[in-house]
Design a protein around this ligand. Structure first.
Ligand code: NTF
Length: 835
């Protein structure tokens, strides 16, 4: 990038300037004074952008060397590799992570300081790589970090969206969506114009016979789009391993636009093909936990699966091994059902292109794939209409029908008289139109299926996939509870806490073996340590207060209790429960005498998260939060006792500031709906306590840190169905405290009540599907306990330290090793210096 170039040049030869600081001092090129004069002529923001670019390019050069070496070594040893297929990678920023992983952040800080820059300013110039919606995409990013850190030969495969998740702006309380064009000046990707695959769509299937009279199917496609690889280096922490994330970008298969048409003056149609092709990788679908069955989405899925498989198969074929060895060399993990077509595509390649028999091909396929389920919500389970699939992927639909036929035949053999069972487990749902159930293909075509937390894995076995447990037995189904990378979510986000821990534990080994944190418990009564611990939390709260001031204009008192809920806005995650609780608090405060108010713990309720653009109810929740904020925050009678904040455009880099700054965070989904949740882990790892339901990974967090260190409330998953049933039959009574909240809203306390009608009526009149009313009383009572316990700062601090000490289980490294052992059967490979 042009703005980066001058500074990068001034750094001298890339690499040595950082790795050997003494060279920097003897470097005889431009000295700081010469640089100053150059600087003076460049406006400030440009200079910081240049500082970022220069630093990024320097680190990038280092990464390339280790990346090449890693790839060569992995190819040479030719051991089994893992391919992680994910339609989302929510990476966030790369520079800080790269500096920490190669262990040179301090040197970079000094270098930048010599040039007159603060390293934080340079880092914050970077645009987040936001190719994901929420937890699922962030989990994929944590996987990449862990796989590289643990030296697994692993690749990620995804799509190179031109637009990531939209940027959120709050205008008059409403969410507005701004396109996130993020690719300008992205130093972390390498276009690989030498690596392309032509992907086919539409057309029809020809049936012919070979010399032996065997039927041969060939797919004559109607459209071809070219996939071009873009590679992103993924450095591990304190290791030479630098893995690859390959993102596919679409373009016209002819390469360029049609020059003949152009010369004939038909400009529009000259570029039309090109534009249609580029549309495939243009934009990330912004839905979290929702599938809408749009053709372009199916095109994205096939485009990416087919390109990735072509690449994987090409790599395998270079080894000249027998096809039967494919599953010994290749493990492919499906991040949810989005890449399920990869199963069908591999079967197609093996039988149609490579000429294998069906059964042998299918053994290879099932030996290769593993499927992770991330949700039980019915609206998120992918189904594609048969006519749509028939049109776009005619050969694949045939293969799906064959997979289904052989599967149903085997089921019928074992359960002869159970017709219901056959229709229940059929890949094809007999609806109008017929639908292809992608999760069923994923289960049938994989050797392992896993959920992402214990309760969730139990639920899939007893509800949505129950019949498949009967058919395959329990061994195909397993649990791997999610985790997070401690590198980004402790060391990078909370450097001071990380340093304090390192000081007590005698080094940073806990960052690669998080169970070492348990040694912190020995210091729980250490006075100095406790003081430092609480000082760090206070500083982190100040840092967040500053962010709040910058983005909302509101000043908050950093001594208040910071209560945070940041995640995608969804009815099942129940931000509405939280804001109703806030209103309840406000009404209670208003009813108090000044004497009573003196005893109140001041609180800042902080929200953040995006609503899917088409999700009306989620958008109303955002509007309600902002409407409450507008009233409460200017109420002088209340002052600092309560502030309500909505931080716009919540993303990975904001999460890095928010997570270390909570006193308490909210993970309050209706029991049984949140598969795992991972921000719960991030907050606890940073010394925040949590309030939550018995849902997702909250349950294992409780098991690990102890019941006395978490605020649990609400109905249990096992009671949800019954409660919903009762509501449905009219057995529903609005909680009296919630009724007071609704009355206040209806009276117009927070603006025109008609904006909130559907929010209220979904609870009052339409069955309260998410049990907001059922859980309200226990939610409020638990918040009262939070206030009470927060007043005992000594106890609170002990809980904070103890909880962090017991969080070792939630490292993504544990997760990655579990997948490697029980699903992938892969071994690490060390990349030594001399290789
Ligand atoms: C999400 N699933 C779940 O909703 C979260 O609870 C979980 O922590 C993450 O996956 C990661 O496992 C999805 O986003 C999806 F797409 F499956 F709905």
């Amino acid at each position: 990038p042009s703005v980066g170039a001058p500074i990068a040049d001034l750094q001298g030869p890339v690499g040595p300037g950082f790795s050997r600081p003494k060279h920097k001092r003897t470097f005889t090129g431009f000295g700081p004074s010469e640089i100053k004069s150059v600087e003076a002529s460049i406006p400030e923001p440009l200079r910081e952008a240049a500082a970022y670019s220069g630093t990024a390019l320097a680190f990038r050069d280092r990464l390339i060397i280790e990346w090449n070496r890693t790839q060569q070594r992995q190819t040479f040893t030719d051991q089994k590799r893992v391919y992680y297929l994910s339609l989302e990678f929510l990476m966030g920023r790369a520079l800080d992570n790269a500096m920490l992983n190669v262990g040179m952040k301090d040197i970079a800080r000094d270098g930048l300081a010599d040039l007159g820059f603060r390293i934080e300013d340079a880092i914050s110039q970077e645009h987040d790589a936001a190719l994901g919606n929420g937890g699922l995409g962030r989990l994929a990013a944590c996987f990449l970090d862990s796989m590289a850190t643990l030296n697994y030969p692993a690749w990620g495969y995804g799509l190179r969206y031109r637009y990531g998740i939209f940027k959120q702006e709050i205008v008059n309380g409403y969410q507005m969506e701004i396109p996130d064009y993020w690719l300008d000046n992205n130093p972390w990707e390498f276009p690989r114009h030498d690596i392309t695959v032509d992907i086919q769509f539409y057309g029809h299937v020809n049936k012919t016979y070979d010399e032996d009279g065997k039927v041969v199917y060939s797919w004559e496609a109607g459209e071809t789009v070219r996939a071009v690889a873009y590679d992103v280096p993924i450095p591990g922490y304190r290791t030479k391993t630098t893995n690859n994330l390959r993102l596919w970008s679409s373009k016209a298969s002819s390469g360029e636009f049609d020059f003949q048409k152009f010369n004939a003056g038909d400009y529009e149609s000259a570029v039309a093909d090109q534009q249609t092709a580029e549309t495939i990788s243009a934009v990330l679908y912004p839905n979290d936990n929702l599938e809408r069955g749009k053709e372009l989405r199916l095109k994205q899925q096939y485009f990416w699966c087919a390109a990735s498989l072509y690449d994987i198969v090409r790599r395998f074929k270079k080894t000249k091994r027998a096809w039967s060895e494919f599953p010994d060399q290749v493990a492919i993990q499906l991040n949810d059902t989005h890449p399920t077509l990869a199963i069908v595509e591999l079967q197609r390649i093996l039988i149609d292109v490579e000429g294998l028999e069906w059964d042998e091909a299918w053994r290879i396929v099932t030996g290769t794939f593993g499927y992770t389920n991330h949700t039980v919500l019915p609206e998120a389970l992918e189904k594609w209409s048969v006519p749509l699939m028939q049109n776009l992927l005619p050969r694949h639909l045939q293969i799906i029908y064959d997979i289904n036929l052989f599967f149903l035949q085997s089921v019928e053999k074992r359960f002869p008289n159970d017709r219901d069972m056959l229709s229940r487990v059929s890949i094809i749902e007999e609806s109008h139109p017929k639908m292809v159930r992608m999760a069923y293909i994923a289960i049938i075509g994989s050797h392992k299926v896993n959920g992402v937390a214990e309760l969730h894995s139990d639920l899939i076995k007893t509800t949505i996939f129950k019949d498949f447990v009967t058919i395959y037995g329990p061994d195909r189904f397993t649990n791997v509870t999610n985790g997070i990378t401690p590198r980004r979510w402790l060391h990078q986000a909370n450097p001071e806490l990380s340093a304090l821990i390192a000081d007590k534990l005698g080094g940073y080994d806990f960052l690669t073996d998080l169970t070492l944190l348990d040694k912190l418990e020995a210091f729980v009564d250490d006075k100095n340590f406790r003081q430092e611990w609480s000082d760090i939390k206070a500083k982190n709260k100040l840092r967040l207060a500053k962010l709040i001031k910058d983005v909302t204009g509101y000043s908050v008192n950093p001594n208040s209790l910071f209560d945070v809920q940041v995640k995608r806005i969804h009815e099942y995650k129940r931000q509405q429960l939280n804001i109703f609780g806030v209103i309840h608090r406000y009404l209670s405060l208003k009813a108090m005498t000044p004497e009573e108010r003196k005893k109140v713990v001041p609180r800042v309720s902080i929200f953040g998260g995006k609503a899917a653009p088409g999700y009306w109810m989620a958008k109303s929740i955002i509007y309600l939060i902002n409407s409450v904020a507008a009233v409460v925050n200017k109420d002088e009678e209340i002052g600092d006792l309560l502030k309500v904040i909505f931080i716009e455009d919540y993303n990975v880099s904001k999460a890095e500031i928010i997570c270390p700054a909570s006193d308490i965070s909210e993970h309050i989904s209706t029991a049984g709906t949140e598969a795992s949740g991972t921000s719960n882990m991030k907050f606890v790892l940073n010394g925040g306590l949590i309030i939550g339901t018995c849902d997702g990974a909250n349950i294992e967090i409780t098991r690990e840190i102890g019941e006395q260190n978490i605020f649990l409330f609400g109905n249990l998953a096992e009671d949800v169905e019954d409660l919903r049933h009762r509501h449905f039959y009219g057995d529903f009574q609005l909680d009296p405290q919630l009724k007071r909240v609704f009355d206040a809203i209806k009276e117009g306390t927070f603006g025109d009540p008609s904006s909130f009608t559907s929010l209220i009526s979904s609870i009052e009149e339409h069955g309260d599907y998410y049990l907001v009313s059922d859980d309200f009383n226990s939610y409020i009572a638990t918040h009262d306990m939070v206030d009470k316990e927060f007043q005992n700062q000594e106890e609170w601090l002990a809980k904070s330290i103890t909880s962090v000490a017991r969080m070792g289980f939630f490292s993504m490294d544990r997760v990655t090793n579990e997948y490697a052992d029980s699903i992938w059967n892969v071994e690490p490979l060390n990349i030594a210096d001399e290789d």
